[in-house]
Design a protein around this ligand. Structure first.
Ligand SMILES: [Fe+2]
Ligand SMILES: [Fe+2]
Length: 160
């Protein structure tokens, strides 16, 4: 995919938007599974962590205000993730997914996001920015492994 010059503030704004949409999706999932306390709690926790990520981006935006740097990124990737997220949110609003469907789309989302954050870690020259995206990427990885574990646990207990 083509890469183009984008300023850092735009990237940070878009990233905050992605975190907020992830929060919205996970809160909707939690609402769909209120009959299963453990599952609902897991989505709620994920939603609050995404909210925390969004707040971190807001903080980063405040701190970097005025320090506009150009970075070479693939803007299509961000737009693609945002579109996928909105699509998933709209779908859940129409009807609740099965637990399996919810796990699958959340795992795919977290993997896409961690891939995107890796790209930022590599591309940003700014040391603070690199560390920041590195920490977020680690969180995405933790989310993926936690979702996979929860998925395995749920399918095992359900098959019994
Ligand atoms: Fe996040
Ligand atoms: Fe996440």
């Amino acid at each position: 995919m083509a890469r183009m010059s984008v300023d850092m503030m735009t990237v940070l704004h878009k990233c905050a938007e992605i975190e907020l949409k992830s929060m919205e999706l996970y809160d909707l999932y939690a609402d769909c599974f209120t009959h299963d306390l453990d599952v609902a709690r897991m989505w709620r926790r994920a939603a609050r962590e995404e909210e925390d990520h969004a707040n971190q981006f807001r903080l980063a935006l405040k701190m970097r205000d005025g320090v506009i740097r150009e970075v070479n990124l693939d803007p299509c990737r961000v737009e693609y993730i945002l579109k996928e997220l909105q699509f998933a949110i709209d779908r859940v609003k129409l009807s609740c997914p099965t637990l399996e469907e919810a796990f699958h789309s959340a795992i795919k989302l977290e993997e896409d996001l961690s891939g995107m954050h890796v790209q930022y870690v590599v591309d940003f020259e700014d040391e603070m920015c690199r560390k920041f995206f590195n920490a977020l990427m680690m969180d995405d990885k933790i989310h993926v492994s936690r979702l996979r574990e929860a998925y395995d646990r749920q399918t095992k207990t359900r098959d019994r």
